[in-house]
Design a protein around this ligand. Structure first.
Ligand SMILES: [Zn+2]
Ligand SMILES: [Zn+2]
Length: 333
């Protein structure tokens, strides 16, 4: 990124990365094997840091913070309550940590921040305050709903109702399949998000459900799960793909935890979370920021090229902006 562009803002306080958004090299033709390997194992890349961090959290959660499957055969208050408490703790820590770092203590000021306008205070939000409303929705709606999906997953596995693909008995194919599903998890997330998100932009669902999320014009980590409960139920239903495919509950847990933590990352409002003046973690959130800004583009993510395929991809350029406006004019006739 060009150094001089870090603090250049337009008249409305907007800032954009110097480079346009690109799809991963796996979707470029002709194939460039070296670029693909670099993207896959490089830092930052597909594996590191974010996907690996969430996997680490999932493995830790499964090993140390989840009762044994044998104890979850019957739906009982104690273990579902335990899942709820640890999910509240993990979510509050991750979302709260990002929010405090970026917005309370302003550790990197407005460096690499897409917009420096403040969060809203108006009657669209509970308590008349965007951040409080977002926190309320995240902790009181999103966490209980994701916990219901998680508890259902374990209960179904514990009772032998999931994990029935035919190669479950062979130990090497079991482990290969587990790793394959870990690797394609973000693609599942992005594809499911694209189609459900487009559905949410249909007129009746938008008016009743999805507009709550779009009250967030300026975004912060807690905007990620600031949704109507119906939208949250749709959003976390991504785990149902793992109900069909997975042989081990870890795959489902990874899918759910990614849906939680990625929501915070994709709404940070910053292009990169800086640890020092120039070392930091990419948030990859400009893509979704453009969706909040323009509504009619970037419904999914970049790891599954759905927006590209269906003509809704906006890479941040003037040409993409013109294409999107033309699409809107065509639709209005
Ligand atoms: Zn959003
Ligand atoms: Zn939307």
């Amino acid at each position: 990124m060009a150094e001089q562009s870090m603090n250049d803002r337009d008249a409305r306080g907007g800032w954009r990365p110097a480079e346009n958004i690109k799809l991963p090299p796996i979707y470029a033709w002709p194939l460039r094997p070296l670029a693909i390997i670099k993207w896959f194992v490089g830092f930052p890349g597909y594996l590191w840091p974010f996907n690996a961090l969430v996997l680490l959290i999932a493995v830790f959660t499964w090993t140390f913070l989840t009762p044994g499957l044998g104890q979850m055969k019957a739906l009982e208050f104690w273990w579902i309550g335990l899942l709820l408490i640890r999910n509240l703790f993990l979510t509050a820590t991750f979302f709260g940590g990002l929010h405090v770092y970026l917005y309370k203590y302003k550790k990197q000021g407005d460096k690499l921040q897409f917009s420096n306008r403040p969060f809203a205070k108006n009657k669209n939000f509970h308590f008349g305050d965007q951040v409080r409303d977002n926190m309320f929705r995240t902790l009181c709606y999103a966490v209980p709903i994701v916990t219901v999906y998680e508890a259902a997953t374990y209960w179904l596995f514990a009772n032998g109702l999931l994990g029935f693909l035919p190669f479950a008995d062979n130990s090497s194919s079991f482990w290969i399949w587990l790793v394959v599903l870990l690797l394609i998890m973000p693609v599942v997330h992005s594809t499911h998000f694209y189609f459900t998100h487009r559905l949410l932009h249909s007129r009746p669902l938008y008016k009743r459900v999805h507009r709550i999320h779009h009250f967030n014009i300026e975004v912060g980590p807690f905007s990620g799960l600031a949704m109507h409960p119906v939208e949250l139920a749709i959003y976390f239903s991504t785990v149902c793909v793992q109900w069909i495919l997975a042989l081990h509950p870890l795959n489902a847990l990874y899918q759910l935890q990614f849906a939680v933590f990625n929501a915070a990352m994709s709404h940070t409002g910053y292009d990169k979370i800086l640890m020092t003046d120039d070392v930091g973690v990419e948030s990859n959130s400009y893509f979704h920021y453009l969706h909040h800004k323009f509504f009619e583009c970037n419904y999914g993510g970049t790891i599954a090229p759905m927006d590209q395929l269906f003509g809704t991809f906006h890479n941040g350029s003037m040409e993409a902006q013109e294409r999107m406006q033309q699409r809107m004019r065509d639709r209005l006739g």
